[in-house]
Ligand binder design. Structure first.
Ligand code: PGA
Length: 256
């Protein structure tokens, strides 16, 4: 048994109606079989959670949401709580995606509140971190990533940390076709694991999965997934097509 089972998560972003989502999920389920050797999570938009949930019912594929509000309920127009997601059998939730940070002005403090609300509701956070091109060129990659990791995890206990998943997604690589080199990605993944070791001890840090995201495709996945600290992928564009998503799952199985 490897220390960390690889995980491939599809971030569908604002794509797929309920019917389209159910079709894509059914194709994926049929192709990966009953007992895939890696963890698989599909994250459709809120409106397709129920239909996708039905399509993967009884299978070894999990359901994730792309966002969540930290409060239990209340006057927060347009938002969904952890409890509401759980009621749809959601098990994972992407938090702090760079698109939410950039377009919806989410701060580390707000993202941290979501992480702290997800955990007691049995939702595994996929906490996204990553620098912009300007930050990388200014030599700020490590400082930015450190602030986002530490800020997002404030108050997360040593018991909880092994259920958290971190996704390193350099903003300049998302949806651009410009993938980080395996060495660039590994360097930051190892840095993140170092932060986790400082916060929670080396043994626990070894159990936390750190995914890479940003233009990951079947053609570049094997090299990335072969890196010692890359434990899977958070896939955008290539998750919208069953063939390429399943190829990524197979690449993760081969790298496991
Ligand atoms: P991409 O998106 O694979 O399309 O670059 C990844 C993400 O934003 O999670």
């Amino acid at each position: 048994m490897p220390l960390r089972k690889k995980l491939i998560a599809g971030n569908w972003k604002m794509h797929k109606t309920p019917a389209e989502g159910a079709r894509l999920a059914a194709e994926i389920v049929a192709a990966v079989g009953k007992e895939p050797a890696v963890d698989i999570v599909l994250c459709p938009p809120y409106t397709a959670l129920e239909s996708v949930g039905r399509a993967i019912d009884g299978q070894e594929v999990r359901l994730g949401a792309q966002n969540m509000h930290p409060e239990k309920n209340g006057a927060f127009t347009g938002e969904c709580s952890a409890e509401m997601l759980r009621a749809l059998y959601v098990t994972h939730v992407i938090l702090g995606h760079s698109e939410r940070r950039a377009y919806f002005v989410e701060t580390d403090d707000f993202i941290n509140r979501k992480v702290l609300a997800a955990l007691p509701n049995q939702l595994k956070p996929i906490l996204c971190v990553g620098e912009t091109l300007a930050e990388r060129e200014a030599g700020q990659t490590f400082a930015v990533v450190q602030q986002q990791v530490e800020g997002g995890l404030k108050g997360v206990t040593a018991e909880q940390i092994t259920t958290v998943i971190i996704a390193y997604e350099p903003v300049w690589a998302i949806g651009t076709g410009k993938v980080a080199t395996p060495a660039q990605a590994q360097e930051v993944h190892a840095f993140i694991r170092g932060i986790l070791a400082k916060l929670y001890g080396a043994a626990r840090a070894q159990k936390v999965r750190i995914l890479y995201g940003g233009s990951m495709k079947p053609a570049n996945a094997a090299e990335l997934l072969a890196q010692p600290d890359i434990d899977g992928g958070l896939i955008g564009g290539a998750a919208l097509d069953a063939r390429s998503f399943v190829d990524l799952v197979n690449a993760a199985v081969a790298a496991q």
